[in-house]
Write a protein that binds this ligand. Sequence first.
Ligand code: PEP
Length: 249
Amino acid sequence: MRKKIVAGNWKMNNDLVQSEALIAELLTKLPQTTAEVMIAPTFVNLATAVQKTKASKVEVIAQNMHFAENGAYTGEISAQMLASIGVKTTILGHSERREYFNETDEALTKKVDTALKHKMRVVFCIGEKLAERKANKHFDVVKEQIEKALFHLSAQAWQSVILAYEPVWAIGTGETATPEQAQEMHAFIRKIIADKYGNEVAQNVSILYGGSANPKNAKDIFAQKDVDGGLIGGASLKADDFVAVISAI
Ligand code: PEP
């Protein structure tokens, strides 16, 4: 059966001292849960975070990586570099990467391939902008994002893919998709995967919801049958809030 996952995306927040303090508090307060718990600190704090969480169930994951193996890509980080410090999972295709760093579907396809080649798991983000939802194009947009970056993969490769549906209009805005809107899109995503790969692959893919999820709304969202957890931004920056979200699953 597919896994329940709660992942905290710290984005460009927390210096070394703050990261260590947040991890320490999180580990003290972490509730008993069968869900996987992940945190994604900034690149510079990943190695320390891996060390600090070693004896816990918290997995430290990256927020991004480059598609090339190595070479003249100033400022970039490779899959091998991540693997060498014990990072086994990366977020890819976050809407902020797409929007502010011009990440295209083509680049994301290459990133996915490189990550999988290095036996990393991928938390792949998809989601429509507000204008696209208003124009009733949200299903088409999400379908195209998945098709372009992931539908060249084998059924076997999907074991390393976790999806995060993040409507862009709900990220960091305080505006959440309703539980019904989340369920509707998650069911749609599972259906297009089933149509392409069959029911077994579709039923085994964890699909997380992301977009202003917090201790108040997480329970209702996580209760939806096709919602398998959350990718949490703002609420993952405070141990008490993140722990409350984890407890809601
Ligand atoms: C995110 O950036 O992945 C996210 C869901 O952010 P927030 O929870 O702050 O909306």
